[in-house]
Write a protein that binds this ligand. Structure first.
Ligand SMILES: [Ca+2]
Ligand SMILES: [Ca+2]
Ligand SMILES: [Ca+2]
Length: 162
């Protein structure tokens, strides 16, 4: 489990309004209303809630959802995932060290970018998920904010797009 990094939860409780906001977002992205959101929909969901996760933050979130919850989150897991982000002044500062650690697991040649091949290998070896080519591209497209075909360690392009 050396590659398995947790985000540390902060102490303050969520306010009722914040819980309502989470509940609404959860409902919207639980397309088939089975009580779970798939990890593939989490990026859109966060953006809808006004969060602009960086590319490396998204890779860490996907890893977390896969490792801890088997690829989809129920409402409680969703609160656990989003709660610290709602409580943090700036979303991109949440658990930066842990995010970096998760990122490095995927970036096998250490050049600061996760290519589609590295993503494919990472999903397979780290997360035990074999993805078809189309699925992989879908995930990459969702994470790749500056559309250069890689997942970047440097989140500056996503900050610039705010
Ligand atoms: Ca669902
Ligand atoms: Ca790389
Ligand atoms: Ca990119």
């Amino acid at each position: 489990l050396s590659f398995f990094c947790f985000l540390s939860l902060q102490e303050r409780e969520l306010m009722p309004e914040e819980l309502d906001e989470l509940r609404e977002a959860f409902k919207e992205f639980d397309y088939d209303a089975d009580g779970f959101i798939h990890y593939k929909d989490i990026a859109d969901c966060m953006r809808t809630m006004g969060y602009m996760p960086t590319e490396m933050e998204l890779i860490e979130i996907i890893q977390q959802i896969k490792m801890r919850w088997g690829g989809h989150v129920d409402f409680d897991d969703f609160c656990e995932l989003m709660g610290p982000r709602m409580l943090a002044e700036t979303a991109q500062m949440v658990g930066l060290k842990e995010i970096r650690c998760a990122f490095k697991q995927f970036d096998s040649d250490g050049d600061g970018k996760i290519t589609i091949d590295e993503l494919k290998d990472g999903m397979k070896t780290l997360l035990g998920e074999k993805l078809k080519k189309g699925e992989l591209e879908e995930i990459l497209a969702d994470i790749d904010l500056n559309k250069d075909g890689n997942i970047d360690f440097d989140g500056s392009d996503s900050i610039a797009s705010r």
